[in-house]
Design a protein around this ligand. Structure first.
Ligand code: ZN
Length: 286
């Protein structure tokens, strides 16, 4: 048995047995791990709101011989997503980070750059301004996972895009020029290409002063999401919810469970608040 104290971000949790929960954590030094939180569903005293997805915590856990699951003993909150109001839109953004990380990160494989990215975007994902950090995260995580193609040249002929738009589709990697676009391709505007290059040269905080309405760089988010989905070989439920919200066709009336959880979060009742988790549950049912 070995005891660890690790900085981590909570990704998900699932109930097991009567009152235990399995928690997926992205730790700074050991990558993604899974642990059992004993009696966490029954007694909130030990963990409080620390197991809410996308909470930055200091976790104490014990690795046990020949067991995949660690034993999670305590989690101290370093920063909680519930410290800012959690409405449906913000919950969707947090659920998007959690879903991508949960699906994309391998077990026990630390990734310092991804960890720093997550903390940086979490800090910017505030009530009423989620679209910049969501866009920033979707592009950077694609790149850090090694799945971002060239943003400057056509994948097929190598011609530079220069000041022109590029095209992409859901079935193949990379961006292509106007001459090589297929039927059903989508456009990535020249403006969005320029923005993508700026995102790769700027810390997230530097972009926070700009106006980011929901429709800004929607094509970039779609492009990054399609790259992620193709490599993960599955659809990202939270990305679909975000796209609907950006188009103004998203859920405007959350389910009762989501509303209850969100209300608890807004009242600062961390013991009852499962807002991001409730959101993820709703999305996974669709
Ligand atoms: Zn071409």
């Amino acid at each position: 048995m070995s005891t660890h104290q690790a900085e981590a971000v909570v990704l998900r949790k699932w109930p097991v047995h009567e009152a235990d929960e399995i928690v997926s954590l992205f730790t700074r030094n050991h990558g993604r791990i899974r642990g059992v939180a004993k009696a966490s569903a029954k007694s909130r005293r030990r963990f409080g709101g620390a197991l809410e997805p996308m909470t930055w915590v200091s976790a104490s856990y014990v690795e046990r011989p020949k067991q995949d699951l660690v034993r999670l003993d305590a989690c101290e909150v370093l920063s909680s997503p519930l410290s800012d109001p959690v409405n449906y839109t913000r919950a969707a953004a947090l659920a998007f980070y959690a879903e991508v990380l949960e699906e994309a990160l391998p077990d026990h494989d630390p990734h310092e750059a991804v960890f720093r990215l997550v903390l940086a975007v979490l800090d910017q994902t505030r009530d009423g301004r989620i679209w910049m950090p969501v866009t920033y995260f979707s592009l950077w995580i694609t790149r850090l996972l090694g799945w971002m193609p060239s943003l400057t040249h056509c994948t097929l002929c190598g011609e530079p895009f220069g000041a022109e738009a590029a095209w992409f589709d859901a079935w193949s990697d990379g961006l292509v020029c106007l001459h090589h676009k297929k039927a059903g391709s989508r456009i990535l505007t020249a403006e969005s290409l320029t923005l993508a290059r700026r995102i790769f040269q700027s810390p997230v905080a530097a972009l926070a002063i700009e106006e980011w309405p929901a429709n800004r760089a929607a094509d970039l988010r779609r492009f990054a999401t399609q790259s992620l989905e193709r490599h993960l070989e599955r659809k990202l439920h939270s990305a679909a919810a975000l796209a609907k919200l950006a188009e103004g066709t998203g859920q405007s009336v959350p389910s009762r469970r989501t509303r209850t959880a969100i209300a608890a979060g807004e009242q600062g009742d961390v013991s009852r608040a499962n807002s991001v988790e409730a959101m993820m549950h709703e999305l996974n049912k669709e």
